[in-house]
Design a protein around this ligand. Structure first.
Ligand code: PLP
Length: 593
């Protein structure tokens, strides 16, 4: 990159052009009094986009895909012809100042040198993936995460260079296809949520919360209510809600939940009355993080509106709602959606995500916009919420394909299937692990919380024991201790078939029988297949076996017929590990003086 930039700059200098910086890495600025637009236009006619910094300055960035032909074309755009790339290359030293040049070695870790052939690298990657109980071997029942299928048909198009190599600041004329996807998605998301306008700029649900709250703040300011800065948040909320409110400059006031996990309406009324002068908003989640459709939702919205506040509904649980109800129609003013949950963008391993917000029309003027791309939001907007005008635009084709292939009926069926699956899990497991919260008729929404606390109290077996024991059964654990400590939250989604859901439930029931043996005193609390889980191959083959259960019970609890997933490590002490970091790199002393 630097070589190309150097040759490019030297060619321009030799032709008498004014290169702005003597030292640079990959980007060269050139001063061409009054001619910047003309140069950019000429380059464009060669199929190259340069950046016009202002009327006089053009910026050019080289990268690893730059070629000699590109340099010749860029020179020509500046009116420079006849320069010889190879000659300049041979004669020109690098432009990086000597005192900034790296002299130390890099990539010295053995892992960068151990796998030298494609076969060796392939085996290394396979060995890494074998350590993971991933979606290719087990359902991932993580509640609150919506780990649904990321279909190949949805994913394929993001590998196409037309999407994957588009620059975030490419001229809009060059991004017509992606912008069509943006506008289609905005319209479809508005339709499924009942909102009037959508911004795809936020890169995560949490960033959407921040954008939505900024819109609320700006709306209050525009109405002369700059003092309205209190944000009510029920105690059941996801942690990001309060964090976003604080970031948006609001004061958080927590609203209690009753013993059924629902918003305590009495406490809400009191709190709203107390803050009628400074109430900015309430943030609620629907269905709630307890996995229940709270039937007071309209009343909550009404109460807050009557007191002059705005309603933010966290839309992370939209998988329980599409095709059944619309936020914008039951009293909410703004929501974020998580395209990496409900709309199939993969998010195991942490991103990238998309957390668009939908708003009703009165908040639309306060959506995010972007100083470098006027079409990316309203002129009256709150400014950029992420660096790129349309956020993580290159992964939007995944959600576009999902909606397009499912259609309205398909999306509705997905919701109904997800809700049916969660209720099936809840009904079958309730007698073994009581379902903590249910709504009217004893139903849950798209996920359910299994209460382990009474079991822990009676037998000493903890949520950790159950979660780790699932690995011996070849299954990924559910979400642990969120949103209630000592519980497991299960979300099967519409993507899992009955056989896999039954495999999970059967394992959970078998584990309950093991717990009962601990409870009955047959196995001691400190030495049983749960407390010692997960069992690695080494743990059952090396040395003496002196536990009160058999090796077969340890590693083949569901029988020997199914393929065995061997956990690569035994249990670690999570809290101790967090406080005692161990670096697997060579020790610092290995790096010499
Ligand atoms: C996942 C989630 C969020 C945060 O979304 P991110 O995309 O992880 O930032 C917020 N609220 C709820 C209820 C969630 O489940």
């Amino acid at each position: 990159m630097h070589r190309f930039a150097t040759v490019l700059a030297t060619g321009l200098c030799e032709a008498g052009l004014d290169v702005v910086h003597g030292e640079f890495f990959d980007t060269v600025q050139v001063r061409v009094e009054g001619r910047a637009a003309e140069v950019v236009e000429k380059a464009r006619s060669f199929g190259i986009n340069l950046r016009q910094v202002d009327a006089d300055v053009v910026a050019i960035a080289c990268d690893e895909k730059t070629t000699r032909a590109h340099l010749v074309a860029v020179w020509e755009a500046f009116g420079v012809t006849g320069s010889d790339v190879d000659a300049i290359d041979a004669d020109t030293a690098d432009g990086i100042p000597a005192d900034l040049r790296r002299t130390s070695d890099y990539l010295t870790h053995p892992v960068f040198h151990a796998h030298r052939s494609e076969t060796a690298l392939l085996r290394y990657l396979r060995a890494l993936s074998d350590k993971d109980v991933a979606l290719d071997r087990s359902m991932i029942p993580l509640g609150s995460c919506t780990m649904k299928l990321n279909a190949t048909a949805e994913m394929e198009s993001i590998t196409w260079p037309e999407f994957s190599t588009l620059h975030p600041f490419a001229p809009v004329e060059d991004a017509k296809g992606l912008l069509k996807i943006v506008s289609d998605l905005e319209a479809w998301l508005a339709e499924v949520t009942g909102y009037d306008a959508v911004s795809l700029q936020p890169n995560a649900g949490s960033q959407g919360e921040f954008a939505g709250l900024l819109a609320i703040r700006a709306y209050h300011r525009a109405n002369g209510n700059a003092d309205r800065d209190v944000c009510l948040i029920p105690s059941s909320a996801h942690g990001t809600n309060a964090a976003s409110a604080v970031m948006a400059g609001m004061r958080v006031v927590v609203v209690k939940c009753d013993d059924k996990g629902n918003i305590d309406m009495g406490h809400l009324r009191e709190t709203v009355a107390e803050h009628s002068d400074d109430l900015a908003a309430i943030m609620i989640t629907y269905p709630s993080t307890h996995g229940v459709y709270e039937d007071t939702v309209r009343e909550v919205c009404g109460l807050v509106h009557d007191a002059g506040g705005q309603v933010y509904v966290d839309g992370a649980n939209l998988n329980a709602l599409i095709g059944l109800a619309r936020y914008g129609k039951f009293g909410s003013d703004v929501s974020h959606l998580n395209l990496h949950k409900t709309f199939c963008i993969p998010h195991g391993g942490g991103g990238p995500g998309v957390g668009p917000i939908g708003v009703r029309s009165h908040l639309a003027p306060f959506l995010p916009n972007h100083p470098l791309q006027p079409t990316a939001g309203p002129a009256t907007g709150v400014g950029p919420i992420s660096a790129a005008p349309w956020g993580s635009a290159s992964i939007l084709p995944i959600s576009w394909a999902y909606v397009r292939m499912m259609g309205g009926d398909g999306l509705r069926r997905a919701t109904l299937t997800a809700v049916a699956a969660a209720n099936y899990v809840a009904r079958r497991l309730d007698e073994h692990y009581p379902v903590l919260y249910t709504g009217e008729g004893g139903f849950v929404a798209h996920e359910c919380i299994l209460d382990l606390r009474p079991i822990t109290k009676a037998t000493g077996v903890t949520v950790d024991d159950v979660a780790k024991r699932l690995a011996d059964y070849g299954l990924h654990a559910p979400t642990m201790s969120f949103p209630v400590a000592g519980t497991l939250m299960v979300e099967p989604t519409e993507s899992e078939d009955l056989a896999e859901i039954d495999r999970f439930i059967d394992a959970m029931i078998a584990i309950k029988r093991e717990i009962d043996r601990v409870g009955a005193g047959e196995w001691p609390v400190e030495d049983n297949p749960l407390r010692n889980a997960p069992h690695t191959a080494a743990s059952v083959t090396v040395g003496e076996w002196n536990h009160p259960y058999t090796r077969e019970e340890a590693v083949y609890p569901a029988g020997t017929s199914a393929p065995k997933i061997w956990p690569p490590v035994r249990r670690i002490d999570g809290a101790k590990g967090d406080r005692n970091l161990v670096c697997s790199c060579p020790p610092l002393s290995a790096y010499g003086s």
